[in-house]
Design a protein around this ligand. Structure first.
Ligand SMILES: Cc1cc2nc3c(=O)[nH]c(=O)nc-3n(C[C@H](O)[C@H](O)[C@H](O)COP(=O)(O)OP(=O)(O)OC[C@H]3O[C@@H](n4cnc5c(N)ncnc54)[C@H](O)[C@@H]3O)c2cc1C
Length: 752
């Protein structure tokens, strides 16, 4: 993780298909290209291995068996992952341009975005029931939805048409048929959907001869397999129209269906046509034998996306895989200004076709063979391949420092973000020893003698809230980090009821090449600026230094146009409401150990990127008086401050604590933020009564970066505040406790 690099060269991989993934794996194995950072831009956080898809459709292996979690692979490698789709590429400026984030420049680019099924002149009206084989990441979900939709109309017979005459469509038709016969035993959503039908009729429809590229013996075997499943083959029939429930062919005949799986031959993504590079007749990028574009030597086109001008090959994963080592070597040579090597495609390759029921058909050098042993061979080859990419291991901690991925012990992993804070006990003692808490100026309205989310200063009639934050990046994306830094800092102002107006930026940029430092600082600043603009606030100054890591913070000021929503404003009878779920620190800690799945990371990002500007509406519309934002000291740390300052007690309901979905799983893995023990110890010293064994209770000690707001809401307004929050994008907002009379000798906070 934390692969924020300041190297001289930037290699960008667009798409993490079979060839580009090899380069990421080399990085993971410590085979780095000197002076270069590696960035992978992918439209999905998961990559799929197509060779395994038929076995997944057959129900022989789980879906996870064909998936590569790119977040974890990137974390392992020290490669930076950006999940986004570029809108275009500016080849003059050498930049990938995105609609929703700053552009990304490259010194050398490898395009490996695969291909898509061809829709040659087919008119499509109404999409229900139509399931394209790509994007493969979502194929099973879309297939399941289509089957479920069909079941709402008729449960007798499921009519499936598989369109395409290549090996892939035969595999899908056979494997789906095999699965249907086993549907009652399955436990997946697709099995449940299929189980609603009594029968399934599958038709394989192709404009050309099915399996036309195979030798006669293999075709015979394919035809036998199709017949055994009762699959009707209609070849030399071209589909011209698809409407809901109907296919129409060139001869104007029609055929009824419930689900159409579109698995026709590969054509190029339309994106390739926008690049201004020379293409072949089907729109794939034409390359030299070294895999570089014939029009631009800084761009490589690999796998299905490229066609080698002098030695074109069929679009098949085996070629994409073989290109991996050549691409890696040529990227290295490009950076070192050495002559590239040539890729010589193999003449033919072993074809293994999964036809379901643990049987496969093979073809090699004109010979054809079939059986369960062939299936086992295919399964072994596929498993071995995918496992190379599913070996995630520990996260890389510093790409600049060491080529070997270190294997840190859990204890040595210090959390970043707000989990990197000094403990509250050390801080309190420092303030006591230095006696800085007492204000010696009349302008201090709220200072360290009554510590709150921000200080408040008065100048004439105007009160101003001021706050500061600073932390090291937990992410490999400086733009995302910039956004998080700004959201986190501005949250302090919102929690006081202040409107942000300006900020000073402090940043520490890692030692390195000036070009790399420039890129990093620019992306970081763009992220900070994005959030400040959303808040109608300006960057008005700052300070920057070089250092060993990427860290940043803001000092932000805001206008205080209402009385401050202080921690000391809780009243007996108030209900305690939390706006966002807990678990950010746990998520970040898991990410540093490379245990966070990419789907969980998306959720973590979503929670963190929700800013707390809603506070101002809660104050205006519901006159909420007591508020704080949850940060590094965890919910209990902040509640302790509120309870002490307000001279009340509080009771929390463990079952009502809102948590991010992954929290329980990570807790059960024994993961915790490095600040967790200090937060726990602070709560113990305070005398909080709790049961730490409960995983939900454990999240009360979890440090939050960009955490939610904790509010004291008068009982009579509770319903309307919760409704308001839910209607405005806070579905998990919850009332998790209440404020009581001062507790005397009893614990001031109880978690029941
Ligand atoms: C069902 C099926 C089974 C197959 N079985 C075999 C087989 O057994 N053997 C074989 O040799 N071949 C097989 N193939 C063909 C094989 O899948 C392809 O040839 C191979 O996947 C090509 O690899 P690639 O790296 O070019 O692209 P892909 O593996 O398709 O990877 C491209 C990646 O780029 C990403 N991407 C796409 N667009 C963008 C964008 N605009 N920006 C960023 N990222 C993007 C995608 O999400 C994807 O992860 C099969 C195909 C199918 C459909």
């Amino acid at each position: 993780m934390n692969s924020t690099s300041t190297q001289q060269f930037r290699i960008v991989l667009l798409g993490a298909g079979h060839t580009n993934a090899h380069v990421i794996r080399q990085w993971a194995m410590g085979n780095r290209i000197e002076n270069a950072e590696l960035v992978c831009v992918s439209d999905s956080a998961t990559a799929t291995y197509s060779g395994m898809l038929p076995a997944v459709v057959a129900g022989d292996v789980p879906r996870a068996a064909m998936e590569i979690d790119l977040l974890r692979l990137a974390q392992r490698s020290g490669c930076r992952l950006i999940v986004a789709t570029p809108a275009r590429i500016d080849r003059i400026e050498r930049k990938l341009i995105f609609g929703d984030r700053p552009s990304l420049d490259y010194d050398v680019l490898s395009i490996g975005i695969g291909s898509q099924p061809s829709w040659n002149d087919v008119m499509v009206a109404g999409h229900s029931g139509l399931v394209a084989i790509k994007p493969m990441q979502t194929f099973l979900d879309r297939l399941t939805s289509a089957v479920e939709y069909a079941a709402q109309r008729n449960r007798d017979m499921l009519r499936v048409a598989v369109i395409g005459g290549g090996v892939a469509s035969v595999e899908i038709a056979c494997c789906l048929s095999g699965r249907f016969s086993q549907r009652q035993k399955g436990t997946d959503q697709l099995d449940f959907a299929l189980a609603q039908f009594r029968e399934m009729q599958v038709r394989l429809i192709s404009a050309t001869e099915v399996g036309g590229e195979l030798v006669a013996g293999t075709r015979r075997r394919l035809s036998k397999a199709l017949k055994q499943y009762g699959i009707q083959t209609i070849d030399r029939q071209k589909v011209t129209h698809i409407e809901d429930g109907r296919l129409m062919f060139t001869d104007r005949s029609t055929s009824e269906f419930d689900v159409v799986i579109w698995a026709t031959g590969a054509i190029a993504s339309p994106f390739l046509a926008t690049l201004g590079l020379e293409t072949d007749g089907r729109g794939f990028l034409l390359t030299n034998a070294d895999l570089s574009s014939v029009s631009d030597s800084r761009i490589f086109a690999v796998g299905d996306s490229g066609t080698i001008r002098d030695t074109p090959t069929p679009k098949a994963g085996v070629y994409a895989v073989r290109q991996g080592p050549i691409l890696f070597e040529n990227l290295r040579r490009f950076v070192n200004e050495q002559a590239p090597i040539r890729y010589l495609p193999q003449r033919g390759f072993l074809k293994l076709i999964n036809v379901g029921r643990h049987t496969a058909i093979g073809e090699y050098r004109g010979l054809s063979f079939a059986g369960s042993r062939v299936w086992k061979l295919k399964h072994r080859i596929d498993t071995k391949f995918i496992e190379m990419y599913q070996d995630y291991g520990p996260a890389m901690t510093d790409t600049n420092a060491s080529p070997e991925p270190p294997a840190p012990s859990d204890a040595s992993i210090k959390c970043l973000g707000c989990g990197g804070k000094l403990s509250s006990e050390i801080l309190r003692e420092t303030l006591r020893l230095t006696n800085v808490s007492r204000a010696n100026s009349d302008s201090v309205v709220i200072g360290l003698d009554q510590p709150d989310d921000a200080a408040i200063l008065r100048f004439g009639d105007q009160e101003v809230a001021i706050t500061t934050d600073y932390f090291a990046t937990p992410f490999d994306d400086p733009y995302l980090f910039g956004r998080i830094v700004a959201i986190h800092t501005l949250s302090d102002l919102y929690a006081m009821g202040a409107t942000p107006s300006a900020a000073l930026v402090n940043m520490e940029i890692p030692f390195g090449h000036p070009k790399g430092q420039q890129r990093l600082a620019t992306e970081l600043m763009a992220g900070i600026n994005h959030e400040l603009q959303l808040a109608s606030a300006n960057i008005v100054g700052g300070h920057s230094i070089e250092g060993p890591r990427l860290a940043a913070g803001l000092t932000a000021i805001g206008r205080q146009s209402c009385s401050a929503t202080k921690k000391g404003n809780l009243r007996v009878g108030d209900q305690l409401v939390l706006t966002k779920p807990l678990g950010v620190g746990l998520g970040l800690a898991a990410m540093m150990r490379n245990e966070l799945k990419s789907v969980e990371f998306s959720r973590l990002k979503e929670v963190m990127l929700q800013n707390n500007s809603i506070a101002l509406y809660l104050i205006t519309n519901f006159q909420v008086q007591a508020m704080t934002d949850i940060t590094g000291f965890g919910l209990l740390g902040h509640l302790m401050e509120m309870v002490s300052a307000s001279f009340v007690s509080a009771e929390l309901d463990a079952e009502k604590i809102p948590t991010i979905e992954f929290t329980q799983r990570l807790n059960e893995l024994g993961i915790a933020s490095s600040l967790y023990p200090a937060n726990l110890s602070a709560a113990t010293s305070f005398g909080v009564d709790f049961n730490e064994e409960d995983w939900r209770v454990a999240t009360l000690f979890d440090p939050q970066t960009c955490g939610g707001l904790l509010l004291g809401v008068p009982s009579r307004k509770l319903g309307s505040v919760l409704d308001f929050l839910k209607q405005h994008g806070y579905p998990e907002a919850a009332c998790l406790g209440r404020v009581g009379e001062p507790s005397g000798n009893l614990p001031a906070i109880r978690v029941i």
